[in-house]
Design a protein around this ligand. Structure first.
Ligand SMILES: NC(=O)c1ccc[n+]([C@@H]2O[C@H](COP(=O)([O-])OP(=O)(O)OC[C@H]3O[C@@H](n4cnc5c(N)ncnc54)[C@H](OP(=O)(O)O)[C@@H]3O)[C@@H](O)[C@H]2O)c1
Length: 320
């Protein structure tokens, strides 16, 4: 089964920069190990850099698209493409949203998916749909692997759709990050060989090639009962060579902010109103005494219908 590609013509997806936090972006550039940027990214978005990873965990950034009234989906259609490509005033702005996700995947070594997203988005896979960026990832950014690790995070494991397309494609490197209970629930239902990592030393010799050649799945198992140990999990990811981790799970994005571990958020806003109950962090409220704030790093627009923000998350405000 070959992985699908999508055309992203630069003339359709080119973004207009309207704000840059030059001081902050300059600091990030200095701490980045990349010096070259793919030509298409410079043309369509402008130069972009990411810092090196932390010593004990990856550098972590999320990507979400919301409506201008802050909704992550319509109540009668919960696929996120309905609020991006579905914006009838500017469908190309929705294509540009997907293209930014492709940029972020190009720089990532791992992508986190939530079980509920896989249930809803039956065709999603964590590869780079833009053929040019997929090639630039290797030739310009110097990555060894064509596709970032596709990581599904789950505590109990009961909601993971094991018949999802992500499990069917032999090119997609899959990792399931879970608890001991989640491992028991999933492993016996898999008709596929797997490898279990429980600490960072076991992770050091893992290569995607070894895993894919044998058509195996990697489990990262931490914590106790049905609880994951997040610090330990991220530490194992780092040892697997995951320097940059992209979060595409809304719930897990908030779990990371609760643990003060999300470094950046790429939040895009489609100029439509959806109303209803689908908002990020619906059941994960912060207290007014202890909440993350953001420093805006950049804002781009597409025509007059979409806003694309890059935000650095700040956790200085502590409990009083
Ligand atoms: N607007 C956007 O940009 C965007 C992006 C992606 C998805 N979506 C949409 O969002 C919806 C799904 O989002 P969602 O937030 O409901 O679900 P989700 O993020 O897809 O799934 C939640 C995941 O988080 C795990 N989890 C929950 N608490 C955890 C914890 N404390 N530690 C570790 N893992 C934990 C869950 O594991 P368990 O199995 O243990 O519960 C589950 O795998 C879909 O409709 C999808 O289309 C929108």
């Amino acid at each position: 089964m070959t992985l699908p590609t999508i055309e992203f013509p630069v003339d359709k997806i080119r973004l207009t920069p309207v704000y840059k936090n030059n001081d902050r972006l300059c600091t990030i550039k200095k701490s980045s190990f990349e010096t070259n940027i793919p030509r298409k990214i410079i043309d369509g978005y402008g130069p972009i850099y990411f810092p090196k990873s932390h010593k004990d965990r990856p550098y972590i950034y999320s990507s979400m698209v919301l409506t201008l009234d802050g909704k992550s989906a319509f109540e009668d259609e919960n696929k996120s493409s309905a609020i991006s490509k579905g914006n009838y005033l500017d469908p190309d702005g929705g294509l540009a949203d997907l293209w930014i996700l492709n940029i972020l995947r190009t720089y990532a070594d791992g992508i986190i998916f939530g079980a509920k997203t896989l249930q809803v988005e039956e065709n999603i896979t964590g590869h780079i749909y833009d053929q040019e960026l997929a090639e630039d990832r290797i030739s310009i950014l110097g990555k060894k692997e064509k596709i970032p690790w596709n990581i599904i995070v789950t505590r109990k494991g009961t909601g993971v759709p094991l018949d999802h397309i992500i499990f069917k494609n032999k090119e997609v490197p899959i990792c399931i990050a879970t608890s001991p209970e989640g491992f028991n629930n999933i492993s016996h239902k898999l008709n596929r060989e797997y490898l279990v990592l429980r600490d960072k030393y076991e992770a050091k010799n893992i290569t995607q090639k070894r895993i894919l050649d044998k058509n195996k799945i990697v489990f990262v198992v931490t914590g106790n009962g049905n609880k994951i140990n997040l610090t330990h999990t991220l530490n194992i990811f780092r040892s697997m060579g995951i320097h940059r981790l992209l979060i595409e799970s809304p719930t897990f994005m908030y779990v990371l902010m609760q643990e003060k571990k999300l470094d950046e958020a790429f939040m895009n806003y489609s100029g439509i109103y959806a109303g209803g109950e689908f908002t990020l962090g619906r059941n994960q409220a912060f207290s007014y005494k202890d909440f993350p704030a953001t420093e805006i790093l950049s804002i781009h627009i597409h025509r007059s219908s979409f806003l694309y923000t890059r935000q650095k998350i700040d956790y200085k405000k502590s409990s009083s």
